[in-house]
Design a protein around this ligand. Structure first.
Ligand SMILES: [Zn+2]
Length: 57
């Protein structure tokens, strides 16, 4: 049985979209590290062939 409490907070990232074309066809593309040491997940859009980072609080 699955836990109904956990199931109400899904951790999947299926709602990520490309900021340029809103495509859902994005893939992880390594990390981008800022001077401050902040590590950002970098993504690549399979639709418009751009890379971008999303600041995930
Ligand atoms: Zn795109």
């Amino acid at each position: 049985m699955s836990n109904p409490i956990n199931s109400k907070t899904p951790m999947d990232k299926s709602n990520l979209t490309c900021p340029y074309c809103q495509s859902l066809k994005i893939m992880r593309h390594g990390f981008s590290v800022r001077k401050s040491g902040e590590k950002l997940q970098r993504y690549w859009c399979n639709e418009c062939d751009r890379t971008f980072t999303l600041k995930n609080a």
